[in-house]
Design a protein around this ligand. Structure first.
Ligand code: AHM
Ligand code: MG
Length: 351
């Protein structure tokens, strides 16, 4: 006999439950999350058959605003999200990693409460090798009067976000989101085409055993970052560790690096650990983008009990200078990420 899934709650009903706590809510937020989950299903369907369909694998031959190669699936996912979001007038600005400029919607009818910034297909350099990739999104509320949406509405810090999430296209497709009260994960049931609640109220361990970093860049790091990595690997100097942030057995951690941020982040969120993308000589301000990568994941990790730092303070406190601003990122278990921040803080030149 077919087993009934342990939980039959969809994202839609989960968000509707949230909405009921706010009697004045218009339903725009609920329908926006539905649009995101619909776009995720479309992308998931095509990612899983990428090797079968002509014209889905490989590069487009073009570069994005940051000079990075655009993969065909990047372009496809970007178009799907642009098309699906705000179909019902909930969105006033969309920002994408793949587009140089934000897209301003027509708000003349008094519509468009939300700003959505997304990375449509993160880790896309891995696509052709069938490695997990993901989508990351952050949602802010507009601050200005309805008819006057502008750049200031877009450039808000992560602390102002009302929701954030990611979709991981892996061995199964998962949708993980927070609207500020817990982090919840849904797994796509391909048979019925719905994301069903599978990971309720995810909490990340205070310290973990995994560190994730591209270690080949060691020659491009500052001496301080090298020292942080040395201690993560061989064990932290006891004189610098407090009881709570010391690794459990005084030994070093284990290393896991997929090179696909969503996949590395998701694993560490569940198991405990820390992901690092420090400044390098190639990317002196860090490689990852504040608005579409670091800030949304920071909101998620904080709601799961973790922490995200740029090496000197919380990622959530940084006011973006522009849509594509980059930051260093140290994110994951709270004890580990705070320990790294403390270590780097002793030498500001490390940044
Ligand atoms: P992308 O958004 O263009 O895919 O770039 C971001 C990716 C992250 O997914 C990943 O963690 C990182 O870049 C890997 O960078 P590197 O190859 O330098 O280690
Ligand atoms: Mg990315």
């Amino acid at each position: 006999m077919t087993k009934i899934p342990k939980n039959l709650q969809t994202i839609e009903s989960h968000v509707l439950d949230l909405q009921r706590l706010h009697p004045s809510a218009s339903g725009d937020f609920t329908s926006l999350l539905n649009d995101i989950s619909f776009a995720a299903k479309v992308v998931s369907r095509d990612v899983t058959k990428a090797g079968l369909v002509e014209d889905l694998l490989g590069a487009t031959g073009q570069e994005n605003v940051q000079g990075e190669v655009i993969q065909k699936l990047d372009e496809f996912a970007n178009n799907v999200f642009l098309k699906c979001l705000g179909r019902r007038g909930q969105v006033c600005i969309m920002g994408s990693e793949e587009l140089a400029d934000p897209v301003f919607a027509d708000t003349s009818q008094g519509t468009g409460k939300y700003i959505v910034v997304f990375d449509p297909l993160d880790g896309s350099s891995n696509i052709d090798a069938n490695v997990s990739v993901g989508t990351i999104f952050g949602i802010w509320k507009r601050k200005s009067q309805l008819a006057h949406v502008n750049q200031d509405d877009l450039l808000q810090p992560g602390s102002e976000m009302v929701a954030a999430g990611y979709i991981i296209y892996g061995s199964s497709t998962m949708f993980v989101y927070t609207a500020g009260s817990g982090v919840h994960g849904f797994t796509l049931d391909p048979g019925i085409g719905e994301f069903l609640l599978s990971h309720e109220n995810i909490m990340t361990p205070f310290t973990g055993k995994i560190y994730s970093v591209n270690e080949a860049y060691e020659p491009r790091w500052s001496p301080r970052v090298r020292e942080v990595l040395r201690q993560l690997k061989y064990g932290r100097d006891s004189k610098k560790s407090t009881r709570r942030d010391a690794p459990t057995d005084g030994a070093g951690m284990s290393s896991r690096y997929i090179g696909s941020l969503v996949a590395d982040f998701h694993r560490n969120l569940l198991y405990g650990g820390v992901y690092l993308y420090p400044p390098t000589t190639e990317y002196p301000k860090g490689k990852l983008r504040l608005m579409c990568e670091a800030a949304p994941l920071a909101m998620i990790v904080e709601n799961a009990g973790g922490y995200a730092s740029d090496g000197s303070g919380s990622i959530l406190d940084i006011v973006p200078e522009d849509l594509h601003m980059r930051v260093p990122l140290y994110i994951g278990s709270r004890g580990d990420a705070l320990w790294i921040e403390k270590m780097l803080g002793e030498d500001p030149a490390a940044l």
